[in-house]
Design a protein. Sequence first.
Length: 260
Amino acid sequence: MLRTMTASIACFLAVCCAFAPAPSRGAPGDDNGWIPLIGDDPLAAWRTPTGGWFEAGGARIDPKNARKLVPVDGKGVIINGRSGRTTNLLTRVSFGDVEAHFEFLVPRGSNSGVKFEGLYEIQIVDSHGVARPRATHSGGIYPRAELLPRYHYLDEGTPPKVNAARPAGEWQTLDVIFQAPRFDGSGKKIADARFDKVVLNGQIIHQDVAVKTPTGHAWHNREIPRGPILLQADHGPVAFRNIRVRPLVRSDDPAGQSKP
């Protein structure tokens, strides 16, 4: 059974007291342990440097170039730079077991992703209409990969059960329940990380999927009980809004390894 860790709210707000909740637009409410990651100071919850990320009131496809975004005046939305490529964002606070809500928008052909503990990626990419989605399409649990001699995949990752991606230029929702890996007293891993549930645009695309190693070229990296949430920003334009997280503690985690 999952139990919300209300104590983590005070810890998080102590670190990021400069920001306040963003407008709702249908994301989970601020009660019941949900912590907003975009607020009045939209980048306060994220580690510096934040590169070219900037705030807007919305985003839409550039009518002159369908592969780019143009901002809409206002607040509550963050965009990864005017060129669509900048520094990845990582939360100031580290999380273990966590429930997370994201809303995102990409233009034609763009590519992003969200990584739990900075290591385990759910892919975001323009893939509406793909008949047989792969793990490299939106919602996929990204494959392991190597950078050299040129970027290549080592496995197939875990494709989404269905292609729930919406067309480029439309706002989309991603809801994830993530379970961090478990370690014994000596630091040896005794249980893999898991995506307990992943929902893209209201459709379940993963359920109870173990992830034996970090994804992408991070699969070499040491696994950890807690880490930051990462927004990928160096593969193309992307906009996010209403990012919220809820730290969780489980009945099978009496030692509290998953606590932030």
